[in-house]
Design a binder for this molecule. Structure first.
Ligand code: ZN
Length: 147
């Protein structure tokens, strides 16, 4: 990746970190899940309104580092309107990208986070919102922590 592109990617992350999208409590949420990353102190709650096996609305609240906020923000933008089945596949592709640096899947804007794969200490920041999302749509009653 050229330095120019890398800088551009970082700009998107910084923008979403400072001005997270869909950052509110969803009043009519059907699923709510909080996740915690003790390594960094990131704390994120995901709100989903599921309607006919579809994510008709999604939002989040919380506080944490720029990577965790940007990842949650980009995730909500990307998953709004997707089916639950699609969301599970996207989770797997995103997870492979962050954990293994695998960029084969077309993840659109989410690709800006692919650089995180090179920084193992930030992997849990980037995946926190996603683990909370998966637990929410699978109705997992256990607390979500990246440890
Ligand atoms: Zn973090």
């Amino acid at each position: 990746m050229s330095n120019e592109l890398r800088d551009l990617y970082q700009e998107v992350i910084i923008d979403h970190g400072r001005h997270p999208r869909n950052f509110f409590i969803l009043a009519n949420a059907t699923q709510i899940k909080e996740g915690f990353n003790p390594l960094c102190g990131d704390r994120i709650t995901i709100y989903i309104h599921e309607d006919q096996q579809q994510i008709s609305d999604i939002s989040f609240q919380g506080c944490g580092c720029a990577i965790s906020m940007a990842s949650a923000s980009l995730m909500t933008e990307y998953l709004k309107g997707k089916s639950i089945a699609q969301a599970k596949i996207i989770f797997q592709h995103f997870h492979d990208m962050i954990m293994k640096g695998n960029k084969d899947a077309d993840l659109g804007k989410l690709l800006v986070l692919s650089g995180v794969a090179e920084y193992p200490a930030r992997v849990k920041c980037a995946t926190l919102a996603w683990h909370s999302l998966l637990a929410a749509i699978e109705n997992d009653p256990n607390p979500i922590t990246t440890e």
